[in-house]
Design a protein around this ligand. Structure first.
Ligand code: P6P
Length: 356
C-alpha cells in the first residue's frame, strides 16, 4: 500500500511543477490548509456550541452572514496574514479587497480570492459546505497591490482549490499540472493524499440545478433539462437529478461520478448568482485541469473579462460532453443576438452596469 503522503510533503515533492518555486506556493497552501483544519473543527461541532445561526449582519451579496461564515473568513485572513506570502485577500464576506499590510508580508507576491464558507445556508441543517480559493500572482511590481491585481482573468490563476467539509474533509487543488485530492486524517491532523491525479468522466448521468427556478430559466436550459429527463436507453437517459445547494459539494460529486452543474441566468439573477472571481473561476480551473469543461453556456469561464470583485456569472460546469450538449441547446434556443453579445461584453468590461 502506498505510504502516507501529507499535503506538505506532496507540495515539496511537486515544487518543481510550480514556476515560482522557492517554497512560496508551499507556504500559501500550508496557510490555507491550517485555516481549513480550524474551520473544519468548528464546522464539525457547530451544533454543540453557539456558532450556528446568523450574526445579524448582511454581506455585500445581501445574504445574512452566519457566525461560521464570519469565523471562517477571519481564520483564512489570519492564516494568510501570518504566512507572509499574500498581499491581498478578496473575500465573498468583505465588500472591498483586504490589503495585507503585515511586516511579514511586505514582499508578498500573491493574491488570494476566497469564498471562505460556500453553501452557508446548509450549515444549520448539517449538509456539506465548502471553501473555494483562487491564487494569482500580483501583476504590479512596486508599491501596494491594487484592485487591478485582483481583477485578473481566470486564465491567470497560478493555483486554485476547494475544501469540502462533508462525510470526510477533503482539500482538492491544482497548480495547472493536474488535480490532486487530500483527505484530512483527524488522528494526525494532516491532509493526506487520497485522490491522486483526479479526472472527471467525459460523460455522466447526473444533472444538478435548482429546478425551482424552472420558469425563470433561459429556453436553452429548459430544453436541456427536458433532454435529461427523456427516456433513451442508448444514452442512459433519463439522467439522475441531484442538487445539494452547496456548489462545492455538487461539483465535487460530479468530479468523482461525472455530471453537470448548472446555475444559469434567471430573471432574478440576470448575470447568474455565482461569483466569477472566487467561485466560478477557481472551480472552472480545477474542472478543466481534471479534463472537464466550464462555460457560461456560451464562453469559457476562465476567459471572461473580470470587471468587478463580486461580479456574477452563469456557469455550466462538469463532464465535457454534458456541458457541450447543454451548450448546443443554448445556441439553438437561447442564442445571444449581436446586440446582446455586445451588451454582455460591455457589462463584463464594466462599461455599463449589469444588474449585479
Ligand atoms: P440556490 C450557496 O449559497 C451558493 O452560493 C452555492 O454554493 C450554491 O450552488 C447556490 O448558492 C445555491 O443557490 O439559489 O439554488 O439556493
Amino acid at each position: 500500500m502506498q505510504g502516507l503522503l501529507t499535503l506538505g510533503q506532496f507540495i515539496i515533492e511537486k515544487q518543481s511543477d510550480f514556476p515560482y518555486a522557492k517554497g512560496e506556493l508551499s507556504r500559501l497552501l500550508r496557510d490555507i490548509g491550517i485555516a481549513a483544519k480550524i474551520v473544519n473543527r468548528e464546522v464539525n461541532k457547530a451544533g454543540l456550541m453557539d456558532i450556528l445561526g446568523d450574526v445579524g449582519t448582511v454581506n455585500i451579496q445581501g445574504e445574512n452572514q452566519k457566525k461560521l461564515d464570519v469565523f471562517a473568513n477571519e481564520q483564512f485572513i489570519s492564516a494568510l496574514t501570518s504566512g507572509g506570502e499574500c498581499c491581498i485577500v478578496a473575500s465573498e464576506e468583505n465588500d472591498d479587497f483586504v490589503p495585507i499590510d503585515a511586516e511579514v508580508s511586505k514582499n508578498a507576491k500573491y493574491i488570494v480570492a476566497i469564498d471562505p464558507l460556500d453553501g452557508s445556508s446548509n450549515i444549520d441543517v448539517n449538509v456539506a459546505v465548502g471553501t473555494i480559493f483562487s491564487i494569482y500572482r500580483r501583476k504590479s511590481t512596486d508599491g501596494k497591490a491594487t484592485l487591478e491585481d485582483v481583477l485578473q482573468n481566470g486564465t491567470e490563476q497560478v493555483a486554485a482549490g476547494y475544501v469540502i467539509y462533508g462525510s470526510s474533509t477533503m482539500l482538492v487543488y491544482t497548480t495547472g499540472k493536474g488535480v490532486n485530492g487530500f483527505t484530512l486524517d483527524p488522528s494526525i491532523g494532516e491532509f493526506c493524499l487520497s485522490h491522486p491525479n483526479m479526472t472527471i468522466p467525459k460523460d455522466g448521468t447526473i444533472y444538478s440545478l435548482n429546478e425551482g427556478n424552472y420558469v425563470h430559466f433561459p429556453d436553452g436550459v429548459k430544453k436541456y433539462l427536458k433532454y435529461c429527463q427523456v427516456e433513451d436507453q442508448q444514452t442512459s437517459r433519463p439522467y439522475t437529478s441531484r442538487y445539494i445547494g452547496s456548489m462545492v459539494a455538487d461539483v465535487h460529486r460530479n468530479m468523482i461520478k461525472g455530471g453537470i452543474f448548472i446555475y444559469p441566468t434567471t430573471s432574478g439573477a440576470p448575470n447568474g448568482k455565482l461569483r466569477l472571481v472566487y467561485e466560478c473561476n477557481p472551480m472552472a480551473f480545477i474542472i478543466e485541469q481534471a479534463g472537464g469543461r466550464a462555460t457560461d453556456g456560451y464562453n469559457r469561464i476562465c476567459e471572461k473579462e473580470v470587471s468587478s470583485l463580486h461580479q456574477r456569472s452563469a456557469i455550466f460546469i462538469g463532464s465535457e460532453n454534458m456541458v457541450l450538449k447543454a451548450e448546443e441547446f443554448m445556441r439553438q434556443y437561447s442564442a445571444l443576438t449581436p446586440d446582446e453579445k455586445a451588451e454582455k461584453k460591455l457589462e463584463q468590461m464594466g462599461v455599463i452596469g449589469g444588474i449585479d
